[in-house]
Design a protein around this ligand. Structure first.
Ligand code: SF4
Length: 586
């Protein structure tokens, strides 16, 4: 069939892998590449339907009937790290199987991180009967090559060069092709049901810069590696901004300090920052910092209305080895980023035995140094929020783990707290099965006990310091109402979960002011908060007020702070709240 006549549907089943997040509000670069590749391969934009996993699920029978009318249905899916999501649920294996079983006419294509691990997934048998599984990497490129082959048309990227580039493991040509498709792929945003409350996950490079990766990590399964040039990324940002999205996360790479902006980094070794001795590190990071500066300053220029510029993943190893250039890297990031940014560090374990057994790069000592450095450079506040703080990832069930590993993990965290350093968030997960990697079974009771200790001893005190009472958080997107609270998050990297008394779901965006701290979430009031107009629900959530005092406030409607204090009585710590409570008559 001529490609202009092909009727296609593209389903974003969402992806989550160590180096990339594509669950709403994040939109992965890969779904945008695929869309651009379909159009470049000759399919007309008006003939491509775009669906998300939730979109499909919510009206499944209607969607299935519509999909049956298509010639080609492409599903992007795969969560190779465990996660809990508030705003979208990735397509499950059972749902993918059901799509395969219920659709008869269209050609079904499955692509994305799921294709790296699908053969080992329980219940995956039979998938290959119904799906054309693009087991090779870079689904967008392989789909494009098929379309060109089918139509005999060369499209906008020379197919022979592209297939050579893929065979050699990527390099410049693949990255250039993807960057072209990313421009067209920006159209996805306007077609997304979450528009405009979306974040563009941006890819800077693909592959782990370490010559031999950590034993449990799916990144080492990727054979195609490349770096994207800063000018290509900024052109993509310009296009996304034109579509009305101004939130970006440089989240699609394994270690942002490994960004060189050069396609030949593997050959030159210029990006092999991980595991490198300090003497070499300085030269390598000097090289990388030039690209980092060009990238960040270019993004700022490309989107003058930019609202969020955050990052993900930084390997604490190179930072902890304390190169002066690593300091410079952080200075560049903190000059151009927006507040609330988080550098997620994969410490994984504070037990040296586990680190050795799994070939993890950074030692606890190096991670501690990295945490100090990020606190020193990123800890300054803008609009009351730290510019950049570290996050820490722990993995449980790793090879070599013993009871002592849990003690060492906790000890490490306590020492960080005692030193007065801040951590924005601590992520504790269990290892996902991966190929022949044999993880240790984690006893549920042990896992829960460890999490409970971390929550009580570390998470809550940290949250009190990161977001002290009275901190104003802007750009909060209300997403879910539960009981008497609306839950929302600010747009950005690892956004804090905020419970807001009342129902604000009809608001696109709001500003809030922090009043209380949980283990992994905070409670906040709408900002500004007019206490003389507040309802019972809002007032009873304020620590120290309670239902009786709340009723009294509603009954007596104080018009100034001294009247309010009379109602609250001398036991209420009035001074702590004076800046938070406003009066509408003033
Ligand atoms: S450093 Fe380890 S965890 Fe990070 S991407 Fe490489 S292999 Fe994966």
């Amino acid at each position: 069939m001529e490609t202009e006549r092909i009727k296609a549907a593209l389903i974003d089943g969402y992806l989550d892998e160590p180096s990339c997040l594509g669950v709403p509000p994040y939109v992965s670069p890969h779904i945008r590449y695929i869309y651009g590749a379909l159009i470049a391969g000759g399919i007309l934009p008006e003939n491509v339907d775009f669906l998300t996993a939730d979109h499909y699920r919510n009206q499944k029978e209607d969607r299935l009937a519509n999909l049956e009318e298509k010639d080609l249905v492409i599903i992007l899916a795969g969560t190779t790290v465990p996660g809990n999501y508030l705003e979208g649920q990735p397509l499950s294996l059972a749902e993918i199987r059901e799509l395969g079983e219920r659709l008869f006419y269209p050609t079904l294509v499955l692509t994305g991180p799921i294709t790296l691990v699908w053969e080992n997934l329980p219940g995956a048998a039979g998938l290959a009967e119904n799906f054309d599984i693009i087991t090779g990497e870079i689904g967008a490129a392989r789909l494009y090559l098929r379309l060109c082959e089918q139509s005999g048309s060369p499209g906008n990227v020379a197919p022979s060069h592209l297939s050579d580039s893929l065979k050699k493991g990527g390099g410049g040509f693949t990255a250039e092709a993807l960057s072209r498709w990313a421009i067209k792929g920006a159209e996805i945003f306007e077609r997304h049901p979450g528009y405009p409350r979306l974040l563009a996950e941006i890819e800077t490079f693909r592959g782990c810069p370490r010559p031999r990766g950590c034993s449990f990590c799916s990144e080492q399964l990727k054979q195609v590696h490349y770096q994207r040039r800063p000018e290509n990324i900024t052109a993509e940002v310009r296009e996304i901004a034109e579509k009305g999205i101004h939130n970006y996360r440089l989240g699609c790479q394994t270690d942002l300090l490994g960004y060189t902006g050069r396609s030949d980094y593997r050959k030159t070794g210029k990006s092999a920052v991980s595991g490198t001795k300090t003497a070499d590190l300085d030269a390598i990071l000097a090289w990388n910092n030039r690209a980092l500066k060009k990238l960040y300053s270019g993004i700022r220029k490309a989107d003058p209305y930019l609202r969020v510029l955050h990052l993900d993943n930084i390997n604490p190893g190179p930072l902890g080895r304390q190169s002066s250039r690593a300091r410079r890297s952080l200075e560049i990031i903190c000059r151009y980023n927006t507040p609330g940014d988080v550098a997620a560090f994969g410490l994984e374990s504070a037990d040296p035995e586990v680190i050795r057994a799994n070939n993890i790069d950074a030692s606890p000592g190096e991670t501690r140094e990295a945490i100090r450095l990020v606190n020193e450079i990123g800890g300054r506040r803008k609009d009351g929020i730290p510019k950049l703080l570290p996050g820490l990832n722990f993995l449980l069930g790793l090879r070599g783990e013993t009871d002592r590993s849990y003690e060492l993990n906790l000890k490490f965290l306590e020492s960080i707290k005692e030193e007065g350093l801040l951590l924005r968030r601590i992520n504790i997960r269990q290892v996902n099965p991966l190929g022949s990697y044999q993880s240790r079974k984690v006893q549920r009771s042990k896992l829960l006990k460890f999490k409970e200790k971390v929550n009580q001893k570390i998470n809550q005190p940290m949250l009190r310091k990161v977001f002290p009472r009275g901190t104003v958080i802007k750009n909060v997107w209300p997403v879910q109402a539960k009981g008497s609270l609306t839950f929302g998050r600010p747009s950005g990297s690892y956004p804090i979960l905020i419970g807001i008394p009342g129902n604000y779901l009809e608001q696109q965006e709001m500003a809030v002011q922090v009043i209380d701290h949980g283990y992994r979430s905070i409670t906040a009031l709408p900002y500004p908060f007019y206490i003389d107009r507040a309802g019972l629900k809002e007032l009873t959530h304020i620590p120290g007020i309670g239902e009786n005092r709340a009723r009294k406030i509603i009954l007596e409607r104080p018009v100034n702070y001294s009247e309010l204090l009379k109602i609250l009585g001398p036991s209420f710590p009035g001074e702590e709240w004076q800046a938070i409570f406003q009066f509408s008559s003033k």
